[in-house]
Design a binder for this molecule. Structure first.
Ligand SMILES: *[C@@H]1O[C@H](CO)[C@@H](O)[C@H](O)[C@H]1NC(C)=O
Ligand SMILES: *[C@@H]1O[C@H](CO)[C@@H](O)[C@H](O)[C@H]1NC(C)=O
Ligand SMILES: *[C@@H]1O[C@H](CO)[C@@H](O)[C@H](O)[C@H]1NC(C)=O
Length: 267
């Protein structure tokens, strides 16, 4: 608790310099760039609202490691990584004196969730630094949860770090966002409805490759048949026209022959 207070004090005392916004996708990688000057780095430490994260420098297997001269990569991003960060870079200057560079970042995480109608939508977004959860609607942003007041309707429950929306309906699809106390966006979640496909299997409403090809095969048969029938119909009509014309011509010929015969007969 004391450590947390100290960290918060750090944040307040550093709030003078500018903060660089960075954003990443859940499961992806983000790079906190330090400006790639070639310097003799002695130590790097990364401080988040919750903890001091060890920045691995050599033979790294963890999620937070040094990249290039002094950038810091965070891999396998989680929703809980969202928030403010302070990077301390200790390096030797030309006079081999230890100097410290302080950089600030605000990390925004994106995620996508697909939910079946009637199920509960669980959003693990009530982080320690979360102040508000909102959903986009036709009339702007609607508040679903605020720190201190909790949920805004009885269809919602907040439990530990999770906001639960009970009995999901199509009206619940859309964009959800989580804001911190400075009204900066920590997390954006796009929620879509997950439906049953024609075979009765679960699939997202978003296009799914295998699903698509299967639908294509499904439609190929009737479409193919229709094309063949149309071609046959056109051929039949053409044949009918040709036959009619020939007959008509023969008839006309026959008539002219007979008129010739008649004229020769009379002369
Ligand atoms: C570090 O992050 C950057 C930006 O996302 C990426 O291009 C680079 O490949 C990452 N490095 C490693 C070792 O993952
Ligand atoms: C790092 O890995 C290299 C080869 O992968 C190995 O030779 C070296 O000893 C390792 N260093 C440490 C500190 O583990
Ligand atoms: C549907 O589910 C069955 C059984 O789980 C599986 O064998 C089949 O491949 C699935 N089909 C699709 C289109 O996912």
């Amino acid at each position: 608790m004391i450590l947390l207070l100290l960290l918060l004090l750090c944040f307040i005392s550093y709030s003078g310099s500018s903060t660089e916004p960075v954003s990443g996708i859940k499961g992806g990688t983000v790079s906190l760039s330090c400006g790639s000057e070639d310097r003799e780095i002695v130590h790097i430490s990364l401080i988040s609202v919750l903890e001091i994260l060890p920045v691995c420098v050599k033979n790294c297997s963890g999620r937070v490691f040094k990249e290039g001269s002094c950038d810091v990569n965070i891999t396998d991003l989680r929703l809980s990584d969202a928030g403010k960060y302070i990077l301390h870079v200790y390096y030797n200057n030309d006079q081999t004196e230890l100097e410290r560079q302080i950089l600030k970042y605000h990390l925004h995480i994106h995620d996508e969730i697909s939910v079946q109608k009637g199920e509960d939508l669980e959003l693990d977004v009530l982080l320690i630094n979360a102040d508000k959860v909102e959903r986009s609607s036709s009339s702007g942003w609607t508040e679903l949860w605020t720190r201190g007041h909790g949920v805004s309707s009885d269809r919602l429950t907040d439990r530990d770090e999770t906001l639960i929306i009970h009995e999901f309906t199509v009206d619940d699809t859309g964009t959800y966002r989580v804001l911190d106390s400075d009204n900066e966006v920590l997390i954006t979640v796009t929620v879509t409805e997950s439906i049953l496909d024609w075979k009765g299997n679960l699939s997202d409403t978003d296009e799914d490759d295998t699903d698509d090809t299967e639908h294509r095969h499904y439609w190929m048969l009737p479409v193919g048949l229709t094309v063949v029938l149309l071609v046959l119909l056109v051929l039949l009509v053409l044949a009918a026209v040709v036959i009619y014309r020939r007959r008509h011509r023969d008839y006309l010929k026959g008539e002219s022959f007979s008129s010739v015969r008649v004229s020769t007969g009379t002369s």
